[in-house]
Design a binder for this molecule. Structure first.
Ligand code: ADP
Ligand code: MG
Length: 294
């Protein structure tokens, strides 16, 4: 999947109409995610909390799927179960037919923030995965340099993460995940801590990278515009306990640019999501009030 002979993404400091159409997914591509009868409970006895309830979801290789839902509905828990950080209480998560038992390099994770090693330089952060996979230091560093170039951060290879802006740190995080050549990229509100302008540029850059590498992407967000702009499908989760209540295809053409937010279909899908999320948020509030009165 990793064709390294590629030009860097558009300079994220400039807003540009991004890229070309996504490359086709190879017929034998990896990255199929199958979630079957998955429930995840935290705690036990009267402290037991059902975070994900009897959930089924199929994601095809190369698909870009957003998990959308109100805060606390179980999005991160579901994503973490694909990553192998949280075990199923019931059911199974399969990646390319194999049950997920632990984290693995074929499933890259990008968190909202604080996921880089602060004591390592940018280059060493990105080289870490390939090094752990057993390649030589020189090879790992070359891979890291390639990916830093792809995300437009070659000039920052020798800097420490704390000296970079939030957006740059997230680009390093994406480079670090991609350097492991993952078939599935898991992203938990990766742009949630960024200002609106940077966030919009990061979304475009991410689509550009995805169009090139065609990993499967599972992207968690509570931002409806972000979900519709990025994805092939928006999977909407209910307020706690987390279940999938809608699976909405987004047929908008690609490549997408920010003007697409005025497109009729964009607005239709957004309206549908808004209604669903509003109902779910009201339910969550009602439940919280009930708990306060109990
Ligand atoms: P989201 O990402 O949608 O905001 P989470 O998956 O983080 O939701 O959390 C779902 C629910 O599970 C929340 O009610 C949260 O408080 C609870 N929860 C999450 N992680 C834990 C944990 N480690 N122990 C107990 N409860 C947890
Ligand atoms: Mg979360």
């Amino acid at each position: 999947m990793n064709n390294l002979a590629v030009k860097p993404v558009s300079n994220p400091e400039k807003i540009q109409n991004s890229s070309t159409s996504p490359s086709p997914v190879a017929a034998d591509a990896n990255g199929r995610v199958s979630i079957r009868g998955l429930s995840i409970h935290y705690g036990s006895g009267n402290q037991r909390h059902v975070a994900v309830d009897t959930t089924n979801l199929e994601i095809a290789p190369g698909e870009f799927v957003c998990l959308l839902g109100p805060s606390g509905c179980g999005k991160s828990t579901l994503l973490n179960s694909i990553a192998g950080f949280v075990p199923p209480t019931e059911g199974v998560v399969l990646v390319d037919g194999k049950p997920v038992k632990a984290p693995g390099p074929e499933r890259g994770m990008v968190f909202q923030q604080h996921s880089l090693f602060p004591w390592k330089k940018v280059l060493d952060n990105v080289a870490f995965g390939p090094l752990m996979a057993g390649v030589s230091k020189a090879e790992a560093e070359q891979t890291a340099r390639n990916f830093l170039e792809i995300v437009g951060l070659s000039a920052f290879a020798d800097r420490y993460p704390a000296t970079l802006s939030g957006g740059m740190q997230q680009r390093v995080g994406i480079a670090r995940a991609l350097a492991n050549n993952p078939s599935v990229l898991l992203m938990d509100e990766p742009f949630g801590a960024l200002d609106a302008q940077t966030r919009s540029m990061m979304q475009e850059n991410l689509l550009e990278l995805w169009g090139r590498f065609r990993n499967t992407v599972v992207f968690v967000t509570h931002d409806i515009d972000e979900a519709v702009f990025l994805s092939d499908r928006v999977v909407v989760m209910s307020a706690s306990p987390g279940r999938i209540i809608a699976d909405i295809p987004v047929g908008l053409p690609r490549p997408r640019d920010p003007e697409i937010v005025t497109n009729h279909e964009f607005l239709e899908v957004k309206k549908h999501c808004l209604e669903l999320i509003r109902q779910e948020t009201l339910k969550a509030f009602a439940r919280q009030n009930q708990n306060v009165e109990d």
